[in-house]
Design a binder for this molecule. Structure first.
Ligand SMILES: Nc1ncnc2c1ncn2[C@@H]1O[C@H](COP(=O)(O)OP(=O)(O)OP(=O)(O)O)[C@@H](O)[C@H]1O
Ligand SMILES: Nc1nc2c(ncn2[C@@H]2O[C@H](COP(=O)(O)O)[C@@H](O)[C@H]2O)c(=O)[nH]1
Length: 216
């Protein structure tokens, strides 16, 4: 690729790639793997009032907030979206996302269907919504148990809500059944590659075609 073409191709808007699923279907696993392959992408780090799990780090996995801090952020309009999920509040801080998108970086969101709906209202053009399904409900429960980070009652609550979460699958652009993680990752990779190539997202194209035709 010529240097000029490389330079103009950089002028693109970042994608907002949303992953939703019932708890334990594998969003975090797939997101981490995708980001490891794409250093040019960034993860939106949510704020939450949930207590940290063992090994979770503030500012890396989540911003762990008190209920007061969370409601202050709502009042200051610092969330792009926010929702109550299970028994806790979760929200996407606006600033880092707007900065990353402004720099043309793709941003990945691990959020529930309520958040996905709110982002769709705010930024439909740049949004790619992907729903992750487990191969079956027994496997979903087994993954939550094997993860061993939530109590039995929390796991039971999440399983009891899984059907309601799954009922939103048809609101998404793509659905991936995460049976084998490498296959699911390959599907995710293909979605990202195709979405990056959509004509309306490649702002450089009309200028390029003009110069192509004029022979410049
Ligand atoms: N394809 C797979 N096969 C087997 N285990 C998997 C697969 N994908 C993910 N897992 C495991 O299932 C567990 C749950 O995965 P993960 O934490 O990524 O789910 P999640 O959708 O992010 O959950 P939550 O919504 O609760 O944050 C983890 O222990 C993970 O290693
Ligand atoms: N609407 C939002 N949902 C979010 C956000 N961050 C995470 N989540 C969703 O919450 C559940 C539970 O997450 P866990 O880390 O406690 O297992 C899961 O479905 C996440 O996708 C957010 O900022 N907004």
């Amino acid at each position: 690729m010529s240097e000029t073409l490389r330079t103009i191709k950089q002028s693109r808007r970042g994608l907002m790639i949303v992953l939703s699923s019932p708890s334990g279907a594998g969003k975090t696993t797939l997101t981490r793997k995708l980001l490891a392959e794409h250093p040019d992408m960034t993860m939106s780090v949510s704020g939450t009032t949930r207590a940290p799990r063992p090994g979770e780090r503030d500012g890396v996995d989540y911003y762990f907030l008190t209920k007061n801090q969370f409601s202050d952020m709502i009042n200051e309009d610092e969330f792009l979206e926010h929702a109550k999920v299970f028994d806790n509040f979760y929200g996407t801080p606006r600033g880092p996302v707007e900065t990353a998108l402004g720099e043309g970086k793709d941003v990945v969101f691990d959020i529930d269907w309520q958040g996905a709906q709110q982002l769709a209202e705010a930024a439909a053009d740049d949004l790619v919504k992907i729903f992750i399904l487990p191969p079956n409900m027994r496997e979903l429960e087994s993954r939550l148990k094997t993860r061993a980070q939530d109590s039995d009652s929390v796991i039971a609550k999440r399983m009891s809500k899984s059907e309601a979460e799954i009922s939103h699958w048809a609101e998404y652009d793509y659905v991936i059944v995460n049976e084998d993680v490498e296959t699911a990752l390959a599907e995710l990779r293909m979605i990202v590659a195709a979405e990056r190539m959509r004509r309306r997202r490649q702002l450089w194209l009309s200028g390029f075609v003009k110069s192509l035709i004029s022979g410049a």
